[in-house]
Design a protein around this ligand. Structure first.
Ligand code: CP
Length: 315
């Protein structure tokens, strides 16, 4: 069983977490879900937690918001278009302002890669990456692992196939890291232009049916058109070659759950029938996201990091 006696104050990547901390989060999220969790953790004057999202979000934004409310905290939703960002205020200066206003933690989403590097040593307040460019989406990976283990507690040593637009996906980067760290084998599958040229410690294939024969869990990714310069459009070809439908799943000699981080493009990576079937785990991932994000907020705010708030110089 993992421990949360230490925890980072900036979570930008799965690399920031040890296996012990990941297992501690899984255990805490399970306790919260099973309601054998004592009391409201932060009392009636809970912390103020900000979200700073510069890209659209339904699941991540709302599940953090619900997690904050369930923990007894207050959610301060930064509205980019009506904020001083439009007058040129930097993120660094916004964080310092948040710190002065008593905000404890900020969850961010941006299209910028490696957004958190300047803050890792001495952040003005605690930070969680809710998705940065094509880099990472670590909280998605944590809730995905939680849901995979809820489906199959013996998932360690089994195989997950990730299908779709892997090269443009921050979800895939974090998921591959956490699965490798936990000991779940990974196959990456998709058209050549959506696959990395090489990836350490994982198998690559363009042949979905061969991958399906070897897999225990299927994880689908949408085509990230907003991050494509001029690569494939090909939705019809993609669906024929890589789309998941019920006949494709039912021909297999075992039941393979279908995970998806959302949002889905129905008729591209999967059919409506799969979405409505009990193969589909996407809504379970959304449900579990609240418990995992509650565990994460609690673990981070309870760390005793004395470097937080000591960030003085701004370049
Ligand atoms: N999975 C995910 O990040 O979804 P949203 O973009 O809706 O937050």
């Amino acid at each position: 069983m993992g421990k949360l006696t230490t925890f980072p104050s900036v979570l930008s990547s799965i690399d920031d977490l040890s296996l012990d901390q990941i297992e501690g989060l899984l255990s805490l999220a399970r306790k919260i879900k099973n309601k054998d969790y004592l009391g409201i953790p932060f009392g009636t004057t809970g912390p103020i937690i900000a979200t700073y999202f510069l890209e659209p979000s339904t699941r991540t934004m709302h599940s953090f918001s619900i997690a904050i409310h369930k923990l007894g905290g207050k959610h301060l939703r930064f509205e980019a278009n009506s904020s001083s960002l439009v007058k040129g205020e930097t993120f660094k200066e916004t964080l310092r302002t948040f710190a002065s206003q008593g905000v404890s933690l900020c969850i961010t989403r941006t299209s910028e890669n490696d957004f958190f590097e300047p803050y890792k040593d001495a952040p003005p307040i605690r930070l969680i990456n809710g998705g940065d460019g094509t880099c990472e989406h670590p909280t998605q990976a944590l809730l995905d692992l939680f849901t995979i283990l809820e489906y199959d507690k013996n998932a360690r040593g089994k195989t997950l196939t990730l299908v779709g637009d892997i090269t443009h996906s921050r979800v895939s980067n974090s998921l591959i890291k956490i699965l490798k760290k936990y000991g779940i084998k990974v196959i990456l599958c998709g058209p050549v232009e959506m696959l990395p040229k090489e990836a350490e410690g994982v198998d690559l294939t363009q042949d979905l049916d061969t991958a399906l024969d070897k897999t225990d869990f299927l994880y689908l990714l949408r085509i990230q058109k907003e991050r494509h310069a001029n690569t494939v459009d090909g939705a019809i070809d993609f669906h024929t070659l890589y789309g998941i439908n019920l006949p494709r799943l039912s021909r297999l000699n075992k039941k393979i759950p279908v995970f998806h981080p959302g949002p889905v493009n129905i008729g591209v990576e999967l059919t409506h029938e799969v979405l409505d079937s009990d193969y589909y785990m996407g809504y379970k991932q959304v449900e579990n996201s609240i418990y995992m994000r509650m565990a994460l907020i609690k673990a981070m705010l309870k760390n005793k990091d004395t470097n937080v708030g000591t960030f003085k110089s701004f370049s």
